[in-house]
Design a protein around this ligand. Structure first.
Ligand code: AMP
Ligand code: ZN
Length: 469
């Protein structure tokens, strides 16, 4: 399996640190608002990476944080007149709902920055002790960037170029850095802000230290994959490397993976530009699977432009897969022959090429675009070869094959039969009528049918009540 490693600027064979295991950290969102579909791109992309790794037999320890202390969270809290934790908890819950809609698996651990302050104090102290960090007069702790000899190795920038860009910051005199390249590890509180007691001042951590600490705590000092959007390469990931490698005295992550941007009108979708759609906006109009399918239809390192036309195209493409699955299931339900014929065995042998193509694409730095093309070849094969005559065994193998490949992409081949409230009421009435006629078998059948769709019935004195499970 080849992975494009930002650190090396080329694809490399994936060799895990520990055989059969993958330790993977994905930088998560700052939670002050609903996530937009740009934020959702890394979630879906790296969830697909994880699924493929698991398919290959790796045990994946997947850690993705929530940044729950930040200027923007504090600002939102002040505007609403609530504690910042109210804002962050609300949007963590909303983010998890969106992830579930998009079939993004929950991480092994979703640490929150505010619950990991002790680890941050510890790492910052180590950096001070080792001479990589210093405390300014007001208690701010800075990382001494020039002390870390490899600084710039991820973003492939050299210190002097960086320095040029940063000089203006120092001139502004708004901080007490010894060098414009230095960055904050710990900063003093301002009035009304959340803070923690530290040896340097009452304050809060800088953003970069969070990830170094959470990654070490849940995955260890050396990890296989560290990932996020490409805007994180510099300075966030560069700074994480400087912190972790200086503190631990070991290489931090072996492979650095970065997704390209989701754009709109060829500009990065972002909260600050205001040119965004939330995941919620989109899934009001489309099955969330369409969004996932749309995202995976491009390679993760290619920019992807969002448009209504492309979403329609994704919807139609996905529909071709779901229709093929429906059709195959219909034939399977009616099939008579249980055993594979020799001709069918030969055809199944031929159909193995699609999985091989799928794997070849995914092994090549997770080329989901080509993997989807292989799925379409399988779909075509199924549409041509599954017929009234084919055996149940034959149909079933191909359905399984399609389900298996789609599952790696996080796509379900069953259409979600969302029951509308009106449909539920109608079924409940029908059940009441069946009971009146003492047709308890039919009444139970309706109850079970509803239950299978997540609707729980409760017989009360006032009549039948229902709720979604
Ligand atoms: P943020 O909440 O801005 O820190 O972003 C969370 C994650 O989403 C990071 O990995 C970002 O790189 C990523 N991200 C933000 N905007 C986009 C975008 N338009 N396209 C792709 N990834 C993005
Ligand atoms: Zn991070």
């Amino acid at each position: 399996m080849q992975i494009y490693n930002t650190l090396k600027k080329r694809k490399e064979e994936f060799v895990p640190i520990e055989e059969g295991k993958v330790k993977m950290y994905v930088c998560g969102p700052t939670v002050y608002n609903l996530i937009h579909i740009g934020n959702a791109r890394p979630m879906m992309v790296f969830d697909t990476v994880r699924r493929y790794m698991e398919y290959k037999g790796y045990e994946v320890n997947y850690v993705s944080n929530f940044t729950d202390v930040d200027d923007k969270i504090i600002k939102a809290a002040n505007e609403e007149g609530v504690d910042p934790s109210v804002i962050s908890e609300r949007y963590i819950a909303e983010c998890k709902k969106d992830m579930e809609s998009l079939n993004v698996k929950a991480a092994t651990t979703h640490p929150k920055a505010t619950e990991e302050i002790d680890g941050m104090l510890d790492m910052i102290q180590t950096l001070i002790d080792k001479g990589y960090a210093y405390v300014a007069k007001d208690g701010t702790v800075y990382y001494s960037t020039r002390k870390f000899k490899d600084y710039g190795k991820l973003s492939h920038k050299n210190l002097d170029d960086l320095q040029g860009g940063m000089r203006s910051l120092l001139v502004s005199g708004e901080d007490q850095k010894e060098d414009p390249l230095d960055f904050v590890l710990w900063k003093p509180k301002k009035e009304g802000e959340p803070f923690w007691v530290s040896p340097w001042c009452e304050g809060r951590p800088g953003w970069h230290i969070e990830c170094s600490v959470m990654s070490r705590k849940y995955l260890g000092e050396e990890i296989d994959i560290h990932a996020g959007g490409e805007d994180l390469i510099f300075p966030h990931h560069e700074n994480e490397i400087a912190q972790s490698e200086a503190a631990n005295g070991k290489p931090f992550a072996k492979y650095w993976m970065h997704n390209a941007f989701l754009n709109i009108d060829n500009k990065k979708m972002s909260k600050s530009l205001g040119n965004f759609f939330t995941v919620r906006d989109i899934i009001e109009k489309y099955d969330p699977q369409v969004l996932r399918f749309f995202m995976l239809s491009a390679h993760y390192r290619s920019q992807l432009n969002f448009s209504a036309d492309l979403m329609e195209a994704a919807k139609n493409s996905l529909d071709r897969i779901l229709t093929a699955a429906d059709r195959a299931r219909d034939f399977a339900a009616k099939a008579t022959g249980e055993e594979l014929t020799d001709a069918e065995k030969a055809m199944l042998e031929e159909s193995k090429q699609y999985r091989a193509k799928f794997e070849e694409a995914m092994d090549d730095d997770f080329n989901t675009a080509d993997a989807i093309a292989a799925v379409f070849e399988l779909v075509k094969f199924m549409n041509t070869n599954i017929t009234e005559e084919t055996s149940l065994a034959f149909d079933a193998v191909l359905i399984e094959e399609l389900n298996g490949l789609c599952d790696i992409l996080g796509i379900k081949t069953e259409r979600k039969a969302e029951l509308l409230d009106a449909d539920i009421e109608k079924l409940i009435e029908e059940r009441q009528a069946a009971r009146k006629e003492k047709n308890f078998a039919r009444a139970d059948e309706i109850r079970n049918e509803l239950l299978a769709k997540g609707i729980v019935l409760e017989d009360t004195r006032e009549g039948v009540k229902w709720k979604r499970a």
